[in-house]
Design a protein around this ligand. Structure first.
Ligand SMILES: [Zn+2]
Length: 95
C-alpha cells in the first residue's frame, strides 16, 4: 500500500506558495474619449450658435447634436434635443 503522505505534503507546499505581490498598477492615462468628443463637437460649425431650446451657447459645451433639414444644431442635453424634436419649427422660427 502506497503512502499518501508525500502527495499531501506536495499539496500543502503548493498552497504555501507566496501569492504574487500585487504590483501597483502604472498610472493609466484616463480615457479621453469624452474629452476628444467634446473637442470635436466644439470644432463643428453649428447653424445656430445657441441651444435653440434653452438658449445656451453651444460653445459652452453640448451633449447632443441634431441634423435637421440640412442644418446642424447643438444641444446642451439630450432633453433639449428631445424637446426640440417635439416641435422643431417652433424653435427654428423663434431664432
Ligand atoms: Zn439646452
Amino acid at each position: 500500500m502506497k503512502k499518501t503522505i508525500p502527495f499531501i505534503l506536495l499539496l500543502l507546499t503548493a498552497c504555501n506558495q507566496p501569492a504574487e505581490k500585487a504590483k501597483p498598477k502604472p498610472d493609466m492615462p484616463m480615457p479621453v474619449a469624452t474629452d476628444t468628443a467634446k473637442a470635436a463637437l466644439k470644432k463643428l460649425a453649428f447653424d445656430a450658435e445657441t441651444d435653440l431650446v434653452c438658449g445656451m451657447p453651444v460653445r459652452a459645451g453640448i451633449e447632443d447634436t441634431l441634423h435637421y433639414k440640412g442644418k446642424l444644431y447643438g444641444f446642451c442635453a439630450k432633453e433639449c434635443k428631445e424637446e426640440f424634436l417635439k416641435d422643431p419649427a417652433q424653435y427654428i422660427t423663434k431664432k
